[in-house]
Design a protein around this ligand. Sequence first.
Ligand SMILES: [Zn+2]
Length: 156
Amino acid sequence: MTSQPGQPIAVQGADCAPLMFVTDTGPIAVAHAGWRGLEAGVVQTVLGALGEQGATVSRIVVGPVINQECYEFGADDLDLVAKTLGDEVRGTTAEGTAALDMRGAIAAACASAGVDDVVFARPCTGCGDGGFSHRARQEPERHALVARIRPAKVVA
Ligand SMILES: [Zn+2]
């Protein structure tokens, strides 16, 4: 989180979601959201921290994330996430097996926290050119979502 104009903040990911919390006034924040974090309430936690600083989140931007077609998921863990975030987290892989729909999980977590304006990066990290993938290709690299408050223009 930062309230300093021009100061970049960043979060890394490789299948898990980098989240950027856009505010109209006050600080901004970024956060890493994997399924465990979503299930544990990371979105609500960040919104609460921003709220304590007087910021109201108007939009959440989601960086590259793995899509359901590439994200096979165990039934027990899927039930756990669905219990918290709802059945829209249940997806299907390209092979037809059970999957976690991270986009659905993120949208549900944001909606339950009161933010409906959620923008997603398009490509899948697993099969698209959406960035690095830990699950699909065991890549050790991570991509970064970088955010900053635009400095006020200096008028001469
Ligand atoms: Zn994919």
